[in-house]
Design a binder for this molecule. Structure first.
Ligand SMILES: Nc1ncnc2c1ncn2[C@@H]1O[C@H](COP(=O)(O)OS(=O)(=O)O)[C@@H](OP(=O)(O)O)[C@H]1O
Length: 274
């Protein structure tokens, strides 16, 4: 009976297995990494790891080796592209070398957004987590500004210094292996950014404008898959941001001016950030 079953199972079924990612969304945290992953997943030749994997940045995972990493991946057919996203990879200094070691040809996707907005979004997420666990929290301005000056040691601020993190990736990977996605543009017009990503990933253009519709309640584009499945991102995406007085926000924008300039130089394009 077992032989009969094996013989009758379709060949495609037999060919599916878990493969290491051919592309990784490395960050930035709060840049739109989930939206980008879910949108890429609309492509018939793409399968994604549903949960964040945190292999290269969490020692306990990394020590378990490649078999563990592979086991986190979806089943794919030969020719399909596996993609994972872990926003924590971008700012972790150990990660670029580790990624290179397992696949020097891997394609890297980096989705960025205005670093000042990103910082506020990052704070808002931490605040939300602490509030749900009934833990105390400090107002953003207290963490961000000390004696009238921006506090350079605030972690969320450091995560927004894109040029510093990207420099480490560029020490290891050629520029052409890193595709920068404009997070604000992905919100405004997901189709265009997805077309660019398809081209970078050498995928035939299969994602269409009809895969997206604007959901006025959510205030964002949601996804429509070929099977007619309708999906919006969960409520942790697009939360109202924690308040920050406009004077402090302006200070933050001034602070990021030079780091942003350096980042634009590195990627060879500019963004209209504050
Ligand atoms: N289509 C769509 N729907 C909902 N949200 C969208 C979408 N496209 C991009 N975004 C933006 O994604 C931001 C969250 O980024 P990440 O997914 O990278 O966050 S995380 O690091 O994984 O926590 C999230 O940031 P905030 O608005 O600050 O919450 C969203 O603005």
């Amino acid at each position: 009976l077992r032989e009969l079953r094996a013989a009758s199972s379709p060949p495609a079924q037999n060919a599916t297995r878990q493969r290491l990612p051919g592309a990784i969304i490395i960050g930035v945290r709060k840049g739109g990494t989930r939206a980008l992953l879910e949108m890429l997943n609309l492509h018939p030749d793409v399968e994604v790891a549903k949960a964040e994997v945190h292999y290269f940045n969490v020692e306990e995972h990394y020590q378990q080796g490649l078999a563990w990493y592979r086991a986190q991946m979806p089943f794919t057919l030969p020719g399909q592209l596996t993609v994972e996203k872990t926003p924590g990879y971008f700012a972790n200094p150990q990660v670029p070398e580790r990624v290179l070691e397992i696949n020097p040809a891997v394609r890297l996707l980096l989705i960025v957004r205005d670093p000042a907005e990103r910082l506020v979004s990052d704070y808002t997420q931490v605040l939300h987590n602490r509030m749900t666990r009934h833990k105390p929290y400090q107002p953003l301005e207290e963490l961000l500004i000390s004696q009238g000056h921006i506090n350079p040691s605030y972690k969320a601020l450091q995560r927004s210094l894109y040029h510093q993190h990207l420099a480490r990736w560029l020490d290891v990977f050629p520029r052409k292996q890193i595709h920068v996605v404009d997070g604000e543009a992905l919100i405004r017009d997901p189709f265009l950014e997805l077309r660019r990503a398809e081209s970078f990933l050498d995928l035939p253009p299969r994602i269409a404008p009809s895969n997206f519709y604007f959901n006025t309640t959510k205030g964002f584009y949601c996804l429509l898959s070929a099977g007619g499945h309708d999906k919006c991102l969960d409520e942790s995406k697009g939360r109202p941001h924690a308040p920050l007085r406009s004077q402090a926000f302006r200070k933050l924008c001034r602070y990021f001016r030079e780091p942003n300039r350096l980042f634009f130089e590195m990627v060879g394009r500019s963004f209209s950030w504050c």
